[in-house]
Design a protein around this ligand. Structure first.
Ligand SMILES: *[C@@H]1O[C@H](CO)[C@@H](O)[C@H](O)[C@H]1NC(C)=O
Ligand SMILES: *[C@@H]1O[C@H](CO)[C@@H](O)[C@H](O)[C@H]1NC(C)=O
Ligand SMILES: *[C@@H]1O[C@H](CO)[C@@H](O)[C@H](O)[C@H]1NC(C)=O
Ligand SMILES: *[C@@H]1O[C@H](CO)[C@@H](O)[C@H](O)[C@H]1NC(C)=O
Ligand SMILES: *[C@@H]1O[C@H](CO)[C@@H](O)[C@H](O)[C@H]1NC(C)=O
Ligand SMILES: *[C@@H]1O[C@H](CO)[C@@H](O)[C@H](O)[C@H]1NC(C)=O
Length: 697
């Protein structure tokens, strides 16, 4: 990723600012709009007491409900996590814990609803999704700024016990790895310091540091508990008891460890037993592979970690205050920062470099191709990344056998057999959301709206579908090169909902984020801020002959992906705002939600249509909300340090870029340059983030 050493990412497409945006970005105006909104909604706010059916709803799993996948929503009670105790071995502090037993290392196969949506009524969500306007029955103050947890994955490669365990495994497997370069410039300390200032306004945030762990040399191996007793690595400068509580408004910092996370997954619906987990754990632990650890992030305990997370490595820094909407909002979903200039194609040969990221990227793209149709997909910028825990968990169920195979490589890239390559969890987590949203749009229009009665699209229905696509009597519809239209509405809607805007009034004091594309605009095959011009062909994409709705849906989804893309674009082109044209009509009966209602489409694409949900419209509205996302941009710097001299120049350039929001510093230095580089980096960190954290020793 470091062919160029300094990327200054520009916004994806030079979208000229519209007059509406300029008006909105005037702070006086914003206040005025807020006042109007508050006054007009305050009067009706009282009788709008919503029936939060999410809280009574314990949704049954997938669609159709699998017998093997019973479905109750996650127990919301927060488990009692005892405050940590510190154990000192030699001169280092560790965090002792008991790793889960095999029986507790089996994945929870229940798909989880999005909590932030569960508390909103069907009526509000229906209005929002169908019109793209946050208006009654949705109202001001009904949603809050997202609660977002930070998740760091960290290892101290210089730790003596960790090095010992690593060398023992290397010796016993005879695996050859490149000499591990454990450079420590104290990045984690300064990354956390940078985050404190940048996330100071985030409500109820908790920080989680996932660190490696080692066997406890002091156990006497008498009992199973002793056997599972391990020592988690601790950043030596952190008072872990103080950090656990959170001090003076500082978010609590909690340590979790690799061995606590590993959960066996299988094909959707597979019956997994504790014996399976025993075998699996024997093969995968201990793990010295960051891809393996990341593949278990979906298994973070939802009672401890909030559903919105921002995942960081210790070499990633937040340079300016960022509002929560720079990463997540309940209205628009996760904000993905992608690089449309770096597209990843499927590769199942495993021939790409396994020591870096490329083998896992190619393999992951291949799996996505098989499930959702072949195309190239953009790489995520290597910086702080917004992710959704319930959706990552769903992904780990959908591709369960591949997630289970990933940690077989105890060192990165050590398995070279087809099917045992590693998945790239971050890449897949983002692309999966985008694909599932596109799938939901196509399913809704073809199967739920037009295929409704018999599931059969007659010649007459196909003609009417063609008219809805704007086709009239011609055999092609020209799709104009359009820009996302809903984006103009973003700021109005966020203000109407009472959320902080992602856009900065002063880009040198607050990070500026542009929503270049929102999923309310449909699907964007270019991943830029505008759609390319193209043509929807009737014969190729719709046809005139009778066909089952499910077959047509599958065709548009994956066999002819560009047809599916064009169908979505032409429907969007024909409508004002919102996704109403995709939706089936409202149900005529008053169907009460039931725990047996599905909440998602099947994890694997079945050959034959599963039965429609009882209330297809309410189902699909929530489905579209579930997978909502934003393609966003913020000023971002990626530095690959190659020599001390070049490093000085890059750091200086970063200092001069006053509006940079996110910085990543990658150490590509030769061994001879380490001392000079270490001095240079530490003094730069210290100058930029001089203030200690509350619980820093
Ligand atoms: C962040 O740091 C700057 C400079 O030290 C300071 O002026 C500002 O108040 C801080 N912001 C927050 C939210 O802590
Ligand atoms: C967030 O924290 C405040 C107090 O700091 C508390 O009143 C509120 O209930 C919390 N919200 C959530 C969603 O936990
Ligand atoms: C417990 O077992 C581990 C490995 O199985 C071994 O390294 C350690 O020395 C044992 N501890 C004691 C006290 O016997
Ligand atoms: C990493 O481990 C080394 C060796 O035990 C120790 O000196 C150093 O302080 C550790 N670094 C951190 C950040 O904990
Ligand atoms: C689990 O173990 C059983 C036998 O113990 C075996 O038949 C089954 O195939 C295993 N399942 C998986 C997913 O490995
Ligand atoms: C749905 O879940 C309930 C328990 O929450 C269970 O009794 C019911 O059998 C489930 N239905 C299906 C179709 O799995």
């Amino acid at each position: 990723m470091s062919t160029r050493s300094l990327y200054l990412y520009q916004p994806l497409g030079g979208k000229p600012s519209s007059p509406l945006r300029d008006v909105l970005c005037n702070p006086v105006r914003c206040t005025a709009i807020l006042l109007v909104v508050a006054l007009s909604l305050g009067s009706i706010g009282f009788f709008m007491i919503q029936q939060p059916w999410g809280s009574v709803l314990a949704p049954n799993m997938s669609f159709p409900a699998h017998e093997t996948e019973p479905s109750v929503s996650v127990d919301p009670s927060i488990p009692e996590v005892p405050p940590p105790v510190a154990e000192v071995v030699a001169t280092s502090v560790y965090h002792p814990f008991v790793a889960p037993s095999p029986a507790d290392s089996i994945v929870d196969q229940r798909v989880r609803p999005i909590k932030a949506h569960s508390v909103l009524s069907d009526d509000c969500l229906d209005t929002w999704v169908s019109t793209g306007q946050w208006q009654p029955p949705c109202h001001y103050d009904m949603v809050q700024d997202a609660t977002i947890d930070l998740v760091y994955v960290w290892v101290n490669g210089s730790d003596v016990l960790h090095q010992k365990a690593r060398n023992e495994l290397l010796a016993s497997t005879k695996y050859k790895t490149k000499d591990a370069r454990f450079r420590e410039h104290d990045e984690l300390r300064y990354s956390l310091r940078s985050a404190r200032n940048a996330t100071a306004t985030w409500p109820n945030s908790t920080w989680h540091i996932i660190t490696a762990d080692v066997p406890d040399p002091n156990t006497n191996n008498n009992t199973a508990v002793d056997h599972n007793r391990r020592l988690g690595l601790v950043p030596q400068w952190l008072d872990i008891q103080c950090a656990f509580r959170g001090q003076d408004g500082h978010p609590p910092i909690r340590l979790q460890h690799d061995s606590q996370l590993f959960r066996l997954t299988g094909r959707p619906g597979a019956a997994l037993e504790s014996a399976n987990a025993t075998d699996w754990l024997d093969k995968i632990l201990p793990s010295f592979n960051s891809h393996a650890v990341e593949s278990q992030l979906p298994q973070l305990d939802p009672r401890i970690v909030s559903e919105n997370i921002v995942a960081l490595n210790d070499d990633q820094f937040m340079a300016l205050p960022l509002p929560p909407s720079a990463f997540h909002t309940t209205l628009y979903g996760q904000v993905f920062r992608m690089d449309p200039n770096l597209m990843v194609g499927g590769d199942s040969s495993g021939s790409a470099d396994g020591g870096g990221e490329w083998r896992s990227l190619g393999w992951s793209a291949h799996l996505l191709n098989e499930r959702f149709g072949t195309r190239k997909r953009p790489y995520m910028h290597h910086n702080a990344r917004a992710l959704s825990l319930p959706l990552m968990h769903e992904l780990s169920l959908a591709f369960g056998s591949y997630f289970a195979a990933t940690p077989l490589s105890q060192f990165r890239g050590s398995h070279k057999v087809a099917g045992e390559y590693e998945v790239n969890t971050i890449f897949m987590s983002t692309q999966y959301v985008i694909e599932r949203h596109r799938e939901a749009l196509l399913w809704s229009w073809v199967v739920a709206k037009w295929g409704r009665a018999e599931g059969l699209l007659t010649r007459d229905l196909k003609h009417r579908m063609w008219l809805e696509l704007g086709g009239a009597e011609d055999d092609a519809v020209t799709l104009l090169k359009t820009e996302g239209s809903a984006e103009d509405d973003v700021e109005v809607n966020l203000l109407m909902a009472g959320l902080q805007l992602p856009r900065a009034f002063d880009a040198e004091k607050q990070a500026d984020t542009t929503y270049s594309w929102v999923s309310m605009d449909g699907y964007n095959p270019s991943f830029r801020s505008s759609l390319p011009q193209s043509v929807l062909q009737r014969d190729e994409c719709i046809g005139k002959d009778e066909e089952s709705a499910w077959d047509m849906f599958r065709r548009l989804l994956k066999e002819s992906p560009s047809c599916g893309d064009n169908v979505i674009s032409s429907l969007i082109q024909s409508s004002e705002s919102g996704l109403s044209v995709f939706l089936p009509p409202p149900s005529t009966q008053n169907i009460r939600p039931s725990p047996s209602d599905p909440i998602i489409l099947p994890l694997e694409l079945p050959a034959h249509a599963p039965p429609l949900p009882r209330n297809p419209r309410a189902f699909v509205v929530r489905l579209l909300m579930r997978y909502a996302y934003v393609l966003g941009d913020s000023p971002t710097i990626f530095m690959g340090l190659k020599s001390p001299l070049q490093g000085e120049r890059l750091l200086k350039a970063a200092d001069q870029t006053k509006d940079v929001a996110l910085i990543c510093i990658n150490d590509d230095l030769g061994n001879g340059d380490q001392t000079a580089a270490n001095t240079m980096l530490r003094s730069w960190f210290q100058r930029r983030w001089p203030e200690k954290l509350e619980c820093e020793l």
